[in-house]
Write a protein that binds this ligand. Structure first.
Ligand code: G4F
Length: 326
């Protein structure tokens, strides 16, 4: 039975990845902060249904000893390093802890794997935020990085660390460059969930307005459940390499609003207001990925596209709000 260790196991991607790995017969371990263990109903809502089938280890990306000890205890065959401070907007408010957690956390993981169990295959969750002020459209594995946020900078550092460990220590260490990926398990602070949740609330008469920032930003939105499959595929290859994972289609935030509100029979222009509070000091204007390498080498396919994703998210929010509010 192959053994996998996941950091960020309580997050959107972590939860789908657990389901995938369990279905493939893996023994699954996760690192969680102690506070999550002490408050399982609140912090583990995405993996509540999986808790009996996995093993959790208390640890933190800020503590090298806790990471080292977990690698010693688990000796994983595969390690998926997904944990990070992943909210771009917040990274401007707290640059120092974002850089600290994201860069040191990745460095700690790589060092611990190298020193304790170097045969472990290592996945790093890189991000399309690394492309930032993009040099070309679409972006591929050869597009230069120009990050536009502390978060993006931290991901470039993690990417470089991962590649350097691969080249220096002959480790099977890969970077997934995942474009935005969403689902009904997305955190409420990200724009897609904020839109679908509020469109559902407005439809049910529970809210009357939605405040957003830049409606003109373009993103390449795919489905998290489809993207975790690409992570797993990267670790099954003969050679470690880096891959862009994207749908190849880009839409504005405004188009996301339009689709979500239309799905509940409303016109977003009657409810969405622009609030400068949600603008970022520097924005990533357009992301659109070229995943042809992942499709050719891994045999991966993007799966659900924009329209289906929006509908799935709005329907899930409508259902859960209806259940809660009778
Ligand atoms: O949903 P977002 O916060 O995602 P963002 O910044 O693109 O980052 C996400 O995708 C990355 C991959 O490219 C991940 F690495 C990262 O961890 C995260 O998952 O914002 C999307 C766009 C931005 O242009 C933002 O300015 O939506 C715009 N936006 C407009 N109004 C808003 C809002 N974003 C948020 N969160 N909230 C708003 O009210």
């Amino acid at each position: 039975m192959p053994r996998a260790l996941i950091t960020g196991i309580t997050g959107q991607d972590g939860s789908y990845l657990v389901e995938l790995l369990l279905s493939k017969g893996y023994e699954v371990h996760g690192i969680v902060r102690r506070v999550a263990l002490e408050d399982p109903s609140h912090r583990m809502w995405r993996i509540k249904h999986l808790l009996k089938d996995i093993r959790l280890h208390a640890g933190s990306l800020e503590s090298f000893p806790s990471i080292y000890k977990t690698i010693v205890d688990v000796k994983p065959d595969e390690c998926y390093h997904l944990a990070a401070q992943s909210f771009v907007s917040y990274s401007f408010e707290d640059e120092f802890s974002t850089l600290n957690t994201n860069i040191n956390g990745t460095h700690f993981m790589l060092t611990a794997v190298r020193d304790v169990h170097p045969e472990c295959r290592f996945y790093f969750a890189g991000s399309s935020e690394m492309f930032g002020k993009v040099r070309e459209v679409p972006q591929s594995e050869t597009t230069p990085f120009h990050p536009r946020s502390p978060y993006g900078i931290s991901k470039v550092a993690g990417f470089d660390l991962t590649r350097n460990y691969r080249e220096s220590y002959d480790m099977f260490a890969v970077n997934g460059i995942l474009f935005n990926h969403e689902s009904p398990r997305r955190g409420y602070e990200f724009v897609t969930r904020k839109i679908t949740f509020n469109a559902a609330k407005i439809k049910l008469g529970l809210a009357s307005e939605l405040s957003l920032g830049n409606l003109d930003a373009r993103r390449d939105w795919g489905h998290s459940e489809d993207y975790v499959t690409a992570m797993w595929m990267m670790l099954q290859q003969q050679k470690p390499d880096d891959f862009v994972v994207a749908t190849g289609v880009t839409h504005t935030v405004r188009e996301f609003c339009d689709a979500a509100f239309k799905h509940v029979g409303l016109d977003y222009r009657d409810y969405v207001v622009v609030n400068p509070q949600f603008f970022r000091p520097s924005e990533v204007d357009v992301l659109m990925g070229d995943s042809s390498k992942a499709q050719r080498v891994l045999g991966w396919k993007p799966g659900r596209l924009f329209e289906d994703l929006v509908k799935e998210m709005v329907d899930a929010d409508l259902r859960s709000l209806q259940e809660k509010n009778g």
